[in-house]
Design a binder for this molecule. Structure first.
Ligand SMILES: Nc1ncnc2c1ncn2[C@@H]1O[C@H](COP(=O)(O)OP(=O)(O)OP(=O)(O)O)[C@@H](O)[C@H]1O
Length: 221
């Protein structure tokens, strides 16, 4: 379970957002929306420990991750978190297989997990290709396969379909929905009404609590 309590973020004198509260359980998928510049990426980056909030708490399984030591932050990123960026964030000069294998710590099932993940995103047989030879849609499917192979409990996806055509976007959203249904906490920053409709709740950055889309346990606190 992830809880955000009274979270605020300012850059200098500019307050992006303040007093954010939400609770999201495993098995739930939350859309984070709001106008360009509202601070969606910054919100995800605070949860992903890439940025620090100005005040408030982010609790994961009861522990305040904003107070983690350097070592605990590394462990959290390594063991819990999966990040999917609009810009893919792959190692371009490396192969598809290299980009996936780096995400799986357990050597014993590394090969099978990577194969399964590539099959799920429709890239079986492409293991030896270099990332920079792939199309944008294929690169995002590799990034998605990397998250699948890693099997994180918390997935942060920042505009994951922003640069994709309809078919590739559908693979990404269907897969994130499946991972959520399998028990992950999934948070997606998006401008897309379609993606908002696939989520259990919508959180508009700038408001203080999420709005329900369907029956779900996500609630403001
Ligand atoms: N390190 C920083 N220092 C100062 N300002 C920053 C920093 N990072 C982000 N900002 C500003 O914070 C605001 C919110 O940025 P952010 O990328 O979180 O917005 P967003 O809602 O994700 O936007 P978009 O929908 O366009 O991606 C922007 O005006 C940005 O310039």
């Amino acid at each position: 379970m992830l809880e955000v309590r009274n979270l605020s973020k300012s850059f200098g004198r500019r307050t992006l957002w303040s007093g954010l509260n939400l609770t999201i359980n495993g098995g739930e998928m939350l859309a984070v929306t709001g106008p360009s510049g509202a601070g969606k990426s910054t919100f995800l980056n605070c949860i992903g420990l890439l940025e620090s909030p100005t005040s408030g708490q982010i609790l994961y399984e009861g522990g305040d991750i904003t107070r983690f030591s350097r070592r605990a932050r590394c462990r959290f990123r390594r063991d819990v978190l999966g990040y999917l960026f609009q810009s893919y964030a792959l190692i371009e000069s490396a192969t598809v297989a290299d980009n996936l294998e780096i995400a799986v710590r357990n050597r014993r099932d590394r090969g099978s997990r990577c194969r399964e993940a590539l099959e799920r995103v429709g890239l079986t047989g492409r293991e030896k290709e270099k990332i920079h030879h792939l199309s944008g849609g294929e690169q995002q499917r590799v990034a998605l396969a990397r998250v699948l192979a890693k099997r994180p409990a918390l997935i942060l996806a920042d505009e994951p379909t922003g640069a994709l055509d309809k078919d590739n976007a559908a693979v990404v959203i269907d897969t994130l929905r499946e991972m959520s249904d399998a028990g992950c906490v999934v948070i997606v920053a998006t401008h897309s009404d379609y993606i908002c409709g696939r989520c259990d709740a919508i959180f508009t950055v700038g408001s203080t609590e999420p709005e329900q889309v369907a029956q779900s346990g996500i609630k403001g606190i």
